[in-house]
Design a binder for this molecule. Structure first.
Ligand code: KIV
Length: 266
């Protein structure tokens, strides 16, 4: 695999090729995931839960995100490193530029991801004007879990589905280079993927997105408790962690993951 850039992912979308994304929080896993052919390493704010043991993604700080992004960037060879902007690190356009700038300058991230819809149009315009690539996270936004009242599928009715589609179009127009859709019905994700020129990554968003992402620990089947329907334990039946991650990447590229049964139909 040669160096993956945003242009690579856009070209893959145009060619109809799917790509893989997986969360990474440290250098060794970053290296293993990169070697397995996963195109995008996401330093997700999910590290607040899976690494730090918090009950949500809200407590992780910008300094902690930078610490983990640095580690992942040292392990990554060819993959694109995407870092999450943590809760309360992009409340104003100025703060967003400062936070994203630190994730890129100190953490060596290639792209930042933030959660929110059309309210972020000016923030995204500002970030892109400084040459900072952005992925807009739509659908279920875990940083808003208390407002949403839980981790629930979004866009189930006509009205909310229209809002998500309009948000995606507005954020692409504002300069977003990628969109991530979390927990939305698969037909809505398909509609958005077709409507946008930029690549769309899905999690719990069905098989029609251009790329797929999972949390590493879910994909290895080591997260305690009930697993959401959109995850799969790739370690089961694989000959070790490296083989499991390679199987994950291959299943995405061949269109075998996620299946329709692992997706939300409404
Ligand atoms: O933080 C994270 O790991 C994420 C994924 C769930 C998409 O944003």
């Amino acid at each position: 695999m040669s160096k993956i850039t945003i242009a690579t992912l856009k070209a893959m979308k145009q060619a109809g090729d799917r790509f893989a994304c997986l969360t990474a929080y440290d250098a060794i896993f970053a290296q293993i995931i990169d070697e397995a052919g996963v195109e995008v390493l996401l330093v997700g704010d999910s590290l607040s839960m899976v690494i730090q043991g918090h009950e949500s993604t809200l407590p992780v700080t910008l300094d902690e995100m930078i610490y983990h992004t640095k580690a992942v960037s040292r392990g990554a060879v060819n993959a694109l490193v995407m870092a999450d902007m943590p809760f309360m690190s992009y409340n104003t356009e100025v703060q967003a530029v400062e936070s994203a700038g630190r994730l890129m300058k100190e953490g060596r991230a290639h792209i930042v991801k933030l959660e929110g819809g059309r309210a972020l149009v000016n923030t995204i315009k500002q970030l892109t004007s400084f040459g900072i690539p952005v992925c807009a996270h739509l659908g279920l936004q875990p940083q808003s879990v208390h407002k949403l009242g839980g981790y629930k599928v979004q866009g189930r009715d006509k009205y909310s589905a229209k809002i998500i589609l309009e948000d995606a179009l507005a954020l692409e127009k504002a300069g977003a280079d990628m969109v991530l859709l979390e927990c939305v019905p698969m037909l809505l994700a398909e509609e958005i993927t077709l409507a946008l020129d930029v690549p769309v990554i899905g999690i719990g968003a069905g098989p029609h997105c251009n790329g797929q992402v999972l949390v590493l620990q879910d994909m290895l089947g080591i997260t305690p408790g009930k697993q959401p329907r959109f995850t799969q334990n790739f370690l089961q039946g694989s000959n070790g962690i490296q083989a499991a991650i390679a199987a994950y990447a291959q299943a995405i590229k061949e269109g075998d993951f996620p299946s329709k049964q692992q997706s939300f139909t409404s």
